[in-house]
Ligand binder design. Sequence first.
Ligand SMILES: Cc1ncc(COP(=O)(O)O)c(C=O)c1O
Length: 451
Amino acid sequence: MTTRIPRRSLLEGLLAVGAVGCATREVATPATPATAATAATPATAATAAGNQSQPPADEWQRVRGEFDVSPAWNHMSSFLLASHPRPVREAIEAMRKQLDENPPLALHTHEDPTPVREAAAAYMGVRAEEIALTDSTTMGLATLYLGLPLKAGDEILTTAHDHYVTHESLRFAAERTGAKVRKIALYERGSAATAEGMTEAIAKALTPATRVVAVTWVHSSSGVKTPVRAMAEVVARANQGRAPKARILLCVDGVHGFGVEDVTMADLGCDFFAAGCHKWIFGPRGTGVLWGKAELWPMLRPTIPHFGQEGHKAWIQGQPAPPTNASMMTPGGFHSFEHRWALPAAFAFHKGIGKAKVAARIHALNRQCKEGLKAMKHVTLHTPLEDAISAGIICFEVAGMTPEALMWKLIERKIIATTSPYATSYVRVAPSLLNSEADVEAVLREVRALA
Ligand SMILES: Cc1ncc(COP(=O)(O)O)c(C=O)c1O
């Protein structure tokens, strides 16, 4: 698993994204000019995609204009790592200046994380005290799963579709506690997944030993969006009559729905939710959140000492540590604070557009892309068409081509596609706020040409 950051000089002509991170490789100069990553939005396309709640086309052009992405490329993988939109860049720069001018004073001014937690909480529809700040989805999941009070005989139920970081965090937790991890399939083929089938699979797999259900909201392996709400109801039913210590917790890797869907944590109904803010939220790179219901935090055991008041005060006074809360689950140490402190600008960016409009826009572009791909005989689409069980990631195959070869073919045509970093790998495109209908059309044109 390599993570190589492309040098700037390479960016103009070559880029590939694969594995868990990025890999670069040189490709021949494309024979055709760049696709219309910055082309004007066709006035008709949004309506053609069937969405009435879209703002005027020029508003989406304005949104795209906030990003500094290279116009030489059709950016179809912005879900991997965010390009910072202008307000986020400006907020980072303002914080960086303060840190460079006087680091201790900047720390003193901004060390209270309340504004950051409040901004995230408002976006998620929760209370600020229920949020721990992290650097990534990975950090949030590891902090959570390694902090759970598991023991030998307990069972963690997870699925075959989750990301490496969920599976590995669970493995680490199991090795330390003696709990067992059980993996089930929620569907055989992503394109044939159903909300009922996925919910039933969870319901059937619960046992008296189950303590944790660890799922992913949107699978980056297939583009399938899981019915978290329905799963929460199944878990709630199973919890009826269970003693508090035997209660099942529903824990979610939410990163690929966060910044896409117009929902709150109450809508999802889960117990814990981890997400990076450097993907669909377009927050500063190296930021993330871990949310949990207020009453559940005391059961967790921190792994990394936090830098807030609670634990430190007890340590100074030689007192026992107070019960864990979300603040104490925020890993301490100094961070890239200019990024963390600038995070509210990203939530404000989403709020400025409107969560419902963001969701409608991403779904409309994805629908356009999936319908186009589905109509091609040489393409196998692995992501469901229905909005209810898909979001912003599309996985597909082209007959006779390996995912790698297809990805490179698209990159040669100036389309940033990725391959999914899983044992069974597909090519992915992810139309987002950075894209226009013309960008989607350009993808379809290039894939069509591969017939
Ligand atoms: C489903 C899923 N979870 C977690 C991650 C890791 O996210 P982060 O970079 O925020 O740790 C990824 C991919 O990057 C992913 O696809």
